[in-house]
Write a protein of this length. Sequence first.
Length: 226
Amino acid sequence: MDGAPRRTGSGTRHVVWDWNGTLFDDHVAVVAAVNDALSLLGVPPIDADSYRSHFTRPVERFYQQVVGRAVSTDEWRALDEAYHHGYQARLERLALASDARAALAAAQAAGLPQSLLSMWRHQDLVALVERLGIDQYFVRVDGLRRPDGGGKTAHLVGHLAALELAPQTVMLVGDSLDDLAAAQAVGARCVLYDGGSHHRHALEATGVPVVDTLTAALATADPSLS
C-alpha cells in the first residue's frame, strides 16, 4: 500500500467517525449524567429506553421534551454544567466500543484516511483520544469549540472544508439521526451504528445501512474491510 486514499466500490475515500455512542461506548454514562442534570429541576430520572425515545438535537430541545416545558436560559446553563460534571466523573470507567481499535486499524491498513468529528468539547476530546492511544489513526480531530453547541451539519461542513474533501467521497459513521441529517445535508454517505442514541427501529426507518459493529460499518464502504 502506497498510502494514497483507497478507491472503494462505493466511492468512499475517507471515513469520518462520530465519537460519543460510536467509537466511544458511553451510553450508560450519558444517561446517568442526564439524570444528574434533571435532578436540578426535580424531574424524575429517565431510563435508557426513555432516553432513546426523546433524544434529539439541539440538546435544549431534548431537555424540554423530557421536562415537558420550556427551559430558561439560566436553567439550560445549569443543566449543561451538571451534565458535563456528571459525565466527567464517570469518564474513567468508560472505554472504546468493543471493535473500535480493530475498525480503525483495518481502515488504516487499507489506506483509507480517517477523521473524528464530535459534538463533545474539543479540548476534552483531544485529551481523551490521545490518552486512549488512537490519535495516530486520524488526520484531523474536531470537537465542539462553541459554547452554544451549534449544529452537526455546520460542524461537518467546516470539518470537510478544513480537510478539502468532496462530500460525495466521504462516509460518516455515527449513531444518531443528527449524524444522518448532517451527512445528507452535505451530500455524504452515512452508516448508522446502533450505539444507543435511538431505538433500532428509528434508525432502520431511515433506509440507510444500520450496523451492530464498527467493522461492519467499514464493510459497507468496501467488503474487504469486514
